[in-house]
Design a protein around this ligand. Structure first.
Ligand code: HEM
Length: 465
């Protein structure tokens, strides 16, 4: 009886402390003018609830507080915006103090000149430089031939394996394809060095920034330093050789006719930006496109018809060119529908550079704004039967220019790799569907939150088409 009383007393004390902490934390952030919402626990906020409940957390909070509410997630006081028009306004108004606000671990590892870490004139420099690498002329002359050569070779012999893990394959494919566009001269052992370090670096950017031995963050920082060493050596060797190269690094290092002259550190950060930004987006879209095509035979039939027609008008060894990619109208529609339905990008992050008024509320300096675009993708007023995979909806050209279309972001940070990414996924699909037919090994789960992934892989049995 005595022990029961003691336990009951202890429990009561814990409940009292917890509720006092919650109230104290809520009060701390109840400054006049802030939008409604809950702030959770001191330090941890509502991160656990957010990660556990995923999109339902956002939906529940929206039901309680509307489309613009406060919370404390991923280590920061945050405003979540789920309003389509407001989201667009935020993305369009970086100059009013709504700059990119990505997590510290990501910025530490990707570098201080990384495009997501800079704003104003520095952002214009890094972005201008990047756009000059991905413009249509570069795509036509240099990038597409490299992508084609890479995909042709990477996608050969898959029918010799009992099963192919598409998740692993598309990840490696995206990284290797990107690296071949950056530096075409790398030998296999060097590529392997980059690859090992890059995968550690990616894990580090998604971790809590605790710099202790054994943490993913520490390993990410180390990987970043190792990639810096590899790049410094490569740049040095290229300079000493005096030769010029028609790859991305070659263009970044060019001194003549280059409007965007970068320092060596900026060049290294830019290279990592290219490798990193296109990595998860392109690999996940490629994997999920195959998943949806597998589940929707009619869409696969139409898509395959498009690709076989391209093959029919070309010699077997003739590479895909810009006109071929442009002619892949249905494939483009499949890619958009895949990105929409699988929601490869849930939203983008911004932060305030000073106290500012937004949507009638006062947002303090340094708060993060989560421009949460996920739910727009499933809005019944914007997309008919939004939960159904229907690539035909994108065949109307105007769909891509709708103001709520934010799959590739918007405003001054709209994705500069959009057409490059679409070309990579399209080339992958081209060689896959014209060479192979496939069935699922079966029984494997694909999860969509916090990241779209197949926790145990996505295995296919592949045979010649
Ligand atoms: C299917 C593929 C892709 C999707 C869905 C995608 C999506 C996005 C989105 C939503 C943003 C906006 C981020 C923000 O506003 O903070 C963005 C920005 C960006 N993307 Fe992509 N992306 C893709 C492929 C690529 C590729 C292949 C590259 C390689 C060059 C790339 C490079 C970038 C960069 C550097 C930014 C930051 C731009 C800036 O801050 O000015 N993306 N992307």
């Amino acid at each position: 009886m005595g022990i029961m009383m003691m336990l009951f007393g202890l429990l009561l004390i814990i409940v009292c402390i917890c509720s006092a902490l919650l109230r104290w934390n809520q009060k701390r952030y109840s400054k006049k003018g802030l939008p409604p919402g809950t702030m959770g626990w001191p330090i941890f906020g509502e991160t656990t609830e957010f990660l556990k409940q995923g999109p339902n957390f956002m939906k529940n909070q929206r039901l309680r507080y509307g489309s613009f509410f406060k919370s404390h997630i991923l280590g920061c006081p945050t405003i979540v915006s789920m309003d389509a028009e407001l989201n667009r306004y935020i993305l369009m108004n970086e100059s009013k103090g709504l700059v990119a606000g990505y997590p510290q671990s990501m910025l530490d590892i990707l570098g201080t000149s990384n495009i997501a870490a800079v704003h104003g004139p520095n952002h214009r420099l890094m972005r201008g430089s990047l756009l000059s690498l991905t413009n249509p002329a570069m795509m036509k002359e240099h990038l597409l031939p490299k992508i084609d050569a890479f995909m042709r070779s990477y996608l050969s012999g898959w029918d010799e394996f009992e099963t192919v893990d598409i998740q692993e394959k598309t990840k490696h494919m995206t990284f290797l394809s990107s690296l071949s566009q950056i530096a075409e001269t790398l030998k296999k052992p060097e590529v392997e060095e980059y690859r090992t370090e890059f995968f550690k670096l990616v894990e580090g950017t998604l971790s809590v920034p605790i710099d202790l031995p054994g943490t993913q963050y520490r390993s990410g920082i180390k990987a970043r330093n190792n990639i810096d060493k590899l790049l410094t050596k490569l740049i040095q060797e290229r300079r000493e050789s005096g030769e010029t190269y028609a790859d991305m690094l070659g263009y970044l290092m060019k001194k003549e006719d280059n409007r965007y002259l970068l320092t060596d550190k900026e060049i290294r950060d830019q290279v990592l930006t290219i490798l990193y930004s296109g990595y998860e987006t392109v690999s996940v879209t490629s994997m999920m496109a195959l998943k949806y095509l597998h589940d929707h035979p009619k869409a696969l039939e139409e898509l395959r018809r498009e690709h076989l027609a391209i093959r029919d008008r070309k010699r077997p060894d003739e590479p895909l060119n810009l006109d071929d990619i442009k002619s892949m109208k249905f494939t483009r529609a499949v890619i958009f529908e895949t990105s929409r339905l699988a929601t490869v990008v849930n939203g983008v992050l911004r932060k305030t550079t000073h106290d500012l008024e937004l949507n009638g509320y006062l947002i303090p300096k340094g708060w993060r704004i989560y421009v949460y675009t996920r739910e727009i993708n499933y809005d019944t007023t914007l997309y008919e039967d939004p939960m159904i995979f229907n690539p035909w909806r994108w065949m109307e050209k105007k769909m891509e220019s709708m103001s709520y279309f934010l799959l590739f972001g918007g405003g001054v940070r709209q994705c500069p790799g959009k057409e490059l990414g679409i070309s990579e996924v399209s080339s992958f699909i081209h060689y896959f569907v014209t060479r192979y037919k496939w069935e699922e090994k079966g029984g494997e789960k694909l999860v969509v939150f916090p990241r779209v992934s197949a926790p145990k892989g996505y295995h296919l049995r592949v045979s010649p088409y």
